[in-house]
Design a protein around this ligand. Sequence first.
Ligand code: UDX
Length: 501
Amino acid sequence: MSEGIEICVIGSGYVGLVAAVCFAEIGHQVVCVDNNEAKINLLNSGGVPIYEDHLPELLRKHSQRRVRFTTDLGAAVAQSEVIFIAVGTPQGSSGSADLSFVEAVVSEIAAHVKSYKVLVEKSTVPVYTNEWVTRCMLRHGVSPDLFDVVSNPEFLREGTAITDFLYPDRIVVGANNERSARALQRIYEPLVNGDYYASHTAMAGGRTEQMPAKLLVTSAQSAELIKHASNAFLAMKISFINAVGNLAESVGADIEDIAEGMGLDSRIGSKFLHAGLGYGGSCFPKDVAAFSCVAQQQGIDFQLLEEVRKVNSLQKEVFVQKVRSALWTLRGKKLAALGLAFKAGTDDIRESPAIDILQKLIEEGCKVQAYDPVAMEKAAALLPPSPNMRYVSSAFEAADGADALLILTEWPEFAGLDLESLRSMMRFPICIDGRNLYKPSVMREHGFTYMSTGRPTAHPDLVSKASSGKSPWPQTLHVLEIGRRDESTLSNLPTDQAQAQ
Ligand code: UDX
């Protein structure tokens, strides 16, 4: 592998921490800076502040050897050749990205630059941030010969961030001169020339020495736009399939078949076509809003982005409406909630559809018993435990005595539950699945009324259940169900359960 480079990463959140350990993994010397002393102490004592696959093993492998953690930004800048800025760029009140953390860090860096440095924007930032960073450095009196600013956006997904970093689809370097582009090329060389994939200590992943990562060099402005445009495009794909899902549901079609049929067209591709509760997390909602603001500021009509947001926010309301249509009234209903994280594989609950949905249902008087394998501690900060919001330690405990079961995050363990036991624990076997984890036919066979996303509601075969004497349903409901003729027309009935009361 090439000789290691002295790198400083400022910010130890998802992006900064992952970048720091991965740069160490490909042979560089890294110092990671954060002003949060408690976090730096935790990292220095071997702790792992976020739930992310492979992060603990890479920290064990490199911490205090190729990667160090400190609060001393000045010393870290002085000793490094390349400085990655990976601090938060939260959504400001107008929807645009709030760059005050970036500005504060750049001002601090400026005070410590004594020799040539490359400053790299790693956080997602609007186009022209590169120019503002340059201006800020100059205003603080740094000579233009002593620095360049480069944009190197990250495309990491939470849960798979480490392998996304080491086995990227592409690496984008936005540099406005040869010298700074070359510095970034040297950093990523082990991934681009395949040396990392050939090494026997490399982590397992989807690339080989013969098929290494691709690095694309563009202008800084183009790189900034590549990041926003990529995230907005993926968000658009999700909103598109969710809108089609709502249509499919109303005409009795199946969104899973539709997504498969569309995805087989190589021009469309099958990824990011899973209908569900809409996108959440720390990136898509914020980035679509920020990208929309950038377009507005430039006087460009990009209404499509507003539609993407509208469909996304409606999707949560569609789910709450489904719960209402299954249960008639909501006050006092006991709901089992499976999943709180914004997606599986993470404990992150930022912009999680699950949290929004539960908040609405609690406001309407429901009592929630929630379970998530890793996100309960974080969720409790937003939805504090109360008589209406209980956190329990398993899916079955959540289902105990519930009027309905809601599947809100696609954790694999929720897709393989023992359905007989689950049904026997519930007050009424109604499942409303926001993530399409089950086949409707399987849920029907197990005696559930199953409402999912973009598919027709499945009702249990109650005649046979009743005649076998195993039906969990109240007698009045048998009469209602046995009397029906067309299942699809019944799926829109206001309530199954309420008819029984
Ligand atoms: C995203 C981008 O994928 C990544 O490139 C960028 O760097 C950061 O933002 P992340 O937020 O970790 O990553 O999650 P991702 O896996 O992209 O999912 C985002 C949201 O979309 C989740 O809420 C997920 O449940 C939802 N989603 C995703 C769908 O609803 N359907 C899909 O088909 C895919």
